[in-house]
Design a protein around this ligand. Structure first.
Ligand code: PLP
Length: 457
């Protein structure tokens, strides 16, 4: 592939980088690098660096550009919208595209029988998670069940960086500095990942469905009448792609039903075709009460998130409103950028693009090839596990003694130098290519990882 337009190449030096505090990045290491990873352009499956190198995208950016980079129709929809209605207040005013996008998500993305038929737009994954948590609390209060204030998350869960998401998340590093401000009453299920039982599993592990029974123990411990919701990623992504054991999610659903506890699926990564279906809920055939999403919602080309929720939750809040014409706000919540016109236009064009290019089915069709490629890495130096589901995969490496994360970081750096972007999380390399990935692209990604694994100490 050639770059979308020709430009003179530039390089970025450590002086140029001084002012920016880079998110979730080892700033000192990055800024002292001889060849920092600075990207200038993108098209389809590729990025180009500021110094002109072509990089194959093995991670859809950050699990988000599912339709590939800069698809022409989505670019055009964004350009047209920003020139037509740049902004519209989301409180007390509306614009046609937000209603249209909500309707189309309900009728085209979500399965009708699920009754997930209300959409609240947010700005990103973190704000979707906080919104879903607030809706859960408000729902129980509206039903006269306001003692339900607890949330149950899971170890190795990642739910973004708001205080709600941090609290239900289960990543030590992500909480370390903020422990004093975690929201009260949160408890966590154990992670379902057991390497001794699961190593080199393809798809859902057969062992571990019974781990869902731990939720029953937490309900006994805390009392069902104190628990508002359970929040889980159907497949934890950021902590290394951990497919759920067969039957686990269904059993969690049953236990929640038995105790009137809401179930939230955080589908910020798994939504929009990552598993070859619109949602992981559809893939696993388990219906939560709320789904949080972002990323693939707009192909990440404009920041946006959404919460899908069941109609009965919306109705419970609407029923708190007197029908006397008073301007009563049923859910006291919203963002300046909820329903942003440019995000809605991007979302509508993204949904069209997924459909027109048949991208969810395409992802399902190419997943077995991806699986074979991933598992061909078994047996290479320092590889201790390979796992995959849909178009998500991970290769886990043995850490350097006393230096966790270093080997993973070195492999990520080497792959980038060799023209492939992979995602490093600790000593795990995660892959989540755009759904337009070809067999040839998968070969290049896998060969690059393989070649560089052999070169690592
Ligand atoms: N939830 C999940 C499952 C995620 O993977 C992420 C980000 O990767 C988030 C929430 C947070 O999303 P954002 O970074 O858009 O706030």
């Amino acid at each position: 592939a050639s770059p979308p337009t020709t430009t003179t190449t530039t390089t970025t030096t450590s002086d140029d980088m001084e002012a920016l505090w880079m998110p979730f990045t080892p700033n000192k290491l990055f800024k002292s690098s001889a060849r920092p990873r600075v990207l200038a352009r993108a098209k389809g499956m590729h990025y180009w660096t500021t110094d002109g190198r072509q990089i194959l995208d093995g991670t859809a950016g950050l699990w988000c550009t599912n339709a590939g980079h800069c698809p022409d129709p989505i670019v055009k929809a964004i350009q047209d919208q920003v020139a037509t209605l740049d902004y519209c207040p989301s409180f007390l005013f509306g614009h046609p595209k937000s209603f249209e996008y909500a309707n189309r998500l309900v009728s085209e993305l979500l399965v009708p029988d699920t009754k997930l038929n209300r959409v609240f737009f947010t700005m990103c994954g973190s704000t979707s998670v906080d919104t879903a948590m607030k809706i859960s609390l408000a729902y129980h209060v509206a039903r006269g069940d306001g003692t339900r204030y607890r949330f149950i998350g899971r170890e190795r869960g990642y739910h973004g960086v708001g205080f709600g998401g941090l609290s239900v998340g289960g990543i030590l590093n992500n909480r370390r500095a903020y422990a004093s401000c975690m929201i009260p009453g949160v408890d966590h299920l154990k992670s379902t990942y057991h390497r001794d039982r699961h190593a080199y599993t393809r798809g859902e592990p057969e062992w571990g469905g019974h781990l869902a029974e731990e939720l029953d123990s937490l309900v006994s411990l805390h009392g069902a009448s104190t628990i508002a919701a359970v929040i889980l990623e159907p497949v934890p992504g950021s902590t290394g792609v951990l497919p759920p054991p067969r039957g686990y999610l269904r059993r969690i659903r049953e236990i929640c039903d038995a105790h009137d506890i809401l179930l939230i699926f955080d589908e910020v990564i798994t939504g929009f075709g990552r598993l070859g279906r619109g949602t992981a809920s559809e893939y696993f055939d388990v219906v939560p009460d709320l789904i949080t999403c972002a990323k693939g919602l707009t192909n990440a080309m404009i920041p946006a998130g959404a919460v899908f929720c069941k109609g009965n939750i919306y109705d419970a809040l609407m029923n708190t409103t007197p029908d006397d014409g008073s301007p009563y706000i049923e859910l006291f919540h919203g963002y300046t950028y909820s329903c942003h016109p440019v995000a809605m236009a991007a979302g509508l064009a993204t949904l069209d693009y997924y459909r027109d290019q048949d991208l969810f089915d395409r992802a399902a069709r190419i997943s077995p090839y991806f699986e074979e490629g991933m598992h061909s890495l078994k047996g290479l130096p320092n590889v201790v596990d390979v796992r995959n589901i849909g178009l998500m995969g991970a290769v886990e490496l043995e850490p350097y003694p006393g230096s966790p994360g270093r080997r993973g970081h070195e492999l990520m750096e080497r792959c980038f130098e060799d023209g492939v972007m992979v995602r490093q999380t600790g000593d795990t390399i995660a892959l989540s290519p755009p759904l337009i990935v070809s067999e040839g692209d998968i070969d290049v990604i896998v060969d690059t990882i393989s070649r560089n694994l052999r070169k690592l100490r």
